[in-house]
Write a protein that binds this ligand. Structure first.
Ligand code: SF4
Length: 344
């Protein structure tokens, strides 16, 4: 790809985005983020990273650690299958560019503790982990600094975010401003690119689709597994027998039809449901067929990549080299500006 290292004549903005290595992705991840990543490649130089160091902030057992490498492999396979293109974008693993840890340490010198403690998601996370501000590990407190380092190490100027992540990005911008004021203009202030992702509810019809809640459909599932999963979906709770007309507006199966079935099919579902001409089991089978049809090209690409030994490793090695070249330039500049002399 045309790497952002050629910063003397920038023609495109530089996007940075990352995902924790959670293994195989699901439909919610695809519609909420991955699809957007693929589209952004047309307009920006994109840098996509597996943030494995961030995953360590909430690691609880050796089993979690053992899962990291297989999870990276499975997740990157999904990225590639969805259309994240190593010819256009830089794809790499965060920890393979150790300069990010150096920058994290250096940025911590200009980041007041109060800024970190006031991040709303920090308090929430501490509560979820059953910790206090006294007992929680520093990694979690310093998480936004590492996130800032992830972005500015590559001089990314744009970050795709949902509304809920805006406070994190605002903090990154504050850290950048403070660094630039103290040591001279070095980093661009990253701008938010708000993404309008549809909220995808899980098969329980109640909560956001999520692997931890077990209400998800994996992109890489077989058609048979997908059908089996979709058949477990909750529907209109008032429709206890087939002869009771349904209420599509409260049924998540209908919401999913609106995403995966054609508009003619969606109209048919609506009409047949509200007049009790369609049973919920048939309706779910219909949805499963639509989902399988939608995912088939992705699954085929995934199978192809899987059959190429070492393909994912090659992509990540190449991306790591590209990312490291940019990172070394930046750290060299930071060393000089902070009076540390030449970066070794
Ligand atoms: S027929 Fe379809 S849309 Fe209607 S309640 Fe059943 S699953 Fe939902």
């Amino acid at each position: 790809m045309a790497t952002p290292s050629d910063q003397s004549t920038p023609t495109k903005g530089v996007i940075l985005s990352g995902m924790r290595p959670t293994g195989r992705l699901h439909l919610g991840n695809h519609l909420g983020a991955l699809q957007n990543w693929v589209a952004l490649q047309q307009e920006y130089d994109c840098i996509y990273t597996v943030v494995d160091i961030h995953a360590l902030t909430t690691i609880e057992s050796p089993t979690d650690v053992a899962d990291i490498q297989p999870n990276i492999y499975e997740m990157v396979l999904d990225w590639l299958a969805a259309g994240v293109d190593p010819e256009q974008s830089t794809i790499f693993v965060q920890s393979q560019v150790p300069e990010v840890m150096t920058l994290h340490t250096l940025l911590s010198m200009v980041t007041p503790m109060g800024w970190l403690l006031r991040v709303p998601t920090f308090k929430e996370k501490v509560r979820q982990m059953d910790e206090t501000e006294e007992t929680v590990n520093y990694g979690l407190v310093g998480y936004p600094i590492l996130q800032t380092a992830d972005i500015i190490l590559y001089k990314a100027d744009t970050v795709p975010v949902g509304q809920d992540q805006l406070p994190h990005l605002e903090l990154a911008r504050e850290i950048v401003r403070r660094f630039n004021r103290s040591f001279g203009d070095t980093f661009p202030e990253p701008q938010a690119k708000l993404t309008e992702a549809p909220l995808i509810l899980g098969l329980d019809g109640q909560q956001k689709m999520s692997k931890s809640l077990g209400n998800h459909i994996e992109l890489a599932a077989t058609p048979e597994e997908t059908t089996k999963r979709v058949l477990t979906a909750f529907t209109d709770p008032q429709r206890t027998t087939r002869d009771i007309p349904g209420r599509p507006e409260v049924c998540n199966v209908y919401s999913l039809h609106k995403i995966f079935s054609s508009s003619a099919e969606v109209s048919t579902v609506y009409d047949e449901c509200t007049t009790a001409q369609r049973g919920c089991v048939d309706c779910k089978r219909h949805l499963a067929a639509s989902v399988n049809q939608y995912l088939e090209p992705l699954r085929e690409r995934r199978r192809d990549f899987q059959e190429r030994p070492d393909y994912v490793k090659q992509v990540l090695d190449q991306g790591g080299k590209e990312a490291r070249a940019i990172a070394k330039n930046t750290i060299g500049e930071v060393y000089e500006k902070m009076g540390l002399g030449q970066h070794p």
